[in-house]
Ligand binder design. Structure first.
Ligand code: SF4
Ligand code: SF4
Length: 434
């Protein structure tokens, strides 16, 4: 609740004073912050951003364009939250700080309105999203893409070139809510595969790989109808009302599948869904259901690593795992993906410095903050050049796209894979050779 003297333009969604007051300004979070690492500025650090929020809360400063700019540069990677000894819920604070920006007088209002429109009217509407992705899939898979990259076609503008650089090398068939997955004979358990929005449209191959890996572990995955976008990007952009609406839709859609676990192979979605209880805590009709739903959510690596059945796998290659922020920092899952990779014959797991430092993808961040995003991507590219991996593996679609661009920037030939794809390929190779 904001104080009566605060300068929050949207007091109903203001960061909670209790959350802000937890920060004791110790600074232990500062060196884990990517934007502080790049700029060296206190106002681009977690402590600085919280200090600004507290000053707005106490009515000492206005919510100026400069203050908004410091919050906008935050990646919401939550590396600060993971190291904070006082338990400052930085992710929640920043979502509520961003919720102020739509109503604040700001030079960036046009861009914010466009983003809100796209998030609400495209991302959250499966048919419209499918129509929007169709030409993107065609471009990604077209032989004309290579020609376009070398010609003026993709030099029409930096935004177009940036978008093309981040496309996967191939976009397979979508896998959407309600699509059928192969039956698993003698399955010991059924799990709901969360299909998501972009994940289902662009990373259908990852979903199918996830289902095959789970099937080898005795789990039948179902892509239940009615589920949709998790709302993470809406919450990060400060559109908390719509994020809550999407959370309610998923809770309703998957109610009939309880108590089956909900397996999520996108770290950003999983982190958001594990927090449905938090985001809907003020909704008397949904609060308890949201907590029950959240308790069913498992990241794919968390779920697969805990299963008794670990199939034989072979993948002779030099592999580096890069932690998605919303897996390592928000869900605190670091060991399970590495443990899964260590079970694979021939897999030489090499660690790079700063594997858990944000790659700069961060949802829509690479589009709205291209300079900082490019700087963080370049740091990854340089680490990949030094480590010379055959494969870069991660567990979040946005990171995958950013690493595709980093590989091109580094001038190396490493493959970029989701961990489910790597496990699937490794298990299939072991089965073929036995
Ligand atoms: S957010 Fe946590 S770690 Fe950072 S300054 Fe505040 S109390 Fe210290
Ligand atoms: S969320 Fe990430 S970018 Fe934002 S302040 Fe925390 S560490 Fe820095």
């Amino acid at each position: 609740m904001a104080s009566k003297h605060s300068n929050w333009p949207n007091p109903a969604e203001a960061p909670a004073l209790d959350d802000l007051a937890k920060c004791v300004h110790c600074g232990l979070c500062v060196n884990s912050c990517p934007t502080y690492a790049v700029t060296g500025l206190e106002v681009e650090s977690p402590r600085g951003r919280i200090y600004l929020a507290r000053a707005v809360e106490e009515g000492r400063i206005e919510l100026t364009a400069a203050v908004q700019g410091h919050w906008d540069l935050c990646l919401q990677c939550r590396a600060c939250e993971a190291v904070c000894p006082s338990g400052v819920p930085y992710g929640r604070i920043m979502e509520h700080a961003r919720a102020q920006l739509d109503t604040a007088a700001s030079t960036g209002r046009g861009g914010r309105r466009l983003r809100k429109f796209l998030l609400r009217r495209v991302l959250a509407r499966p048919r419209i999203l499918a129509a929007a992705v169709t030409p993107v899939r065609w471009l990604a898979n077209s032989p004309l893409r290579g020609i376009g990259r070398r010609t003026r076609l993709l030099r029409l503008g930096p935004a177009l070139a940036r978008g093309e650089a981040q496309l996967p090398r191939h976009i397979g068939k979508p896998l959407r809510a309600g699509d059928s997955l192969p039956a698993v004979l003698g399955a010991s358990e059924t799990a709901v595969l969360f299909t998501g929005c972009v994940m289902g449209e662009v990373f259908g191959d990852v979903h199918r790989a996830t289902a095959r890996v789970l099937a080898r572990q005795g789990v039948a995955a179902i892509a239940s109808a009615g589920q949709g976008c998790c709302g993470a990007l809406h919450a990060h952009a400060g559109d908390l009302a719509f994020a809550r609406e999407l959370a309610r839709r998923n809770i309703d859609a998957l109610a009939g599948t309880a108590p089956a676990p909900i397996v999520v192979n996108s770290a950003g979605c999983g982190a958001a869904m594990k927090e449905y209880g938090d985001i809907l805590s003020g909704d008397t009709a949904y609060a308890a259901r949201a907590r029950e739903f959240a308790a069913r959510v498992r990241d794919f690596t968390e779920y697969a690593a805990a299963l008794a059945e670990q199939p034989a796998a072979s993948f002779p290659a030099r592999v580096t795992y890069q932690d998605p922020c919303h897996l390592a920092h928000a869900q605190r899952i670091r060991e399970q993906p590495r443990n899964l990779l260590r079970t694979i014959d021939g897999c030489d797991l090499v660690e790079t410095p700063g594997a858990d430092l944000c790659c700069g993808a961060a949802g829509l961040y690479s589009l709205v903050q291209p300079a900082m995003s490019a700087e963080l991507r370049s740091r990854k590219a340089s680490q990949f050049r030094d480590a010379a991996p055959d494969v870069i593996v991660t567990a979040n679609p946005g990171c995958q796209l950013q690493y595709e661009a980093a590989v091109r920037e580094a001038g190396i030939t490493a493959r970029v894979m989701h961990i489910a794809e790597l496990l699937d390929e490794a298990q299939s190779a072991a089965a073929d050779s036995s």
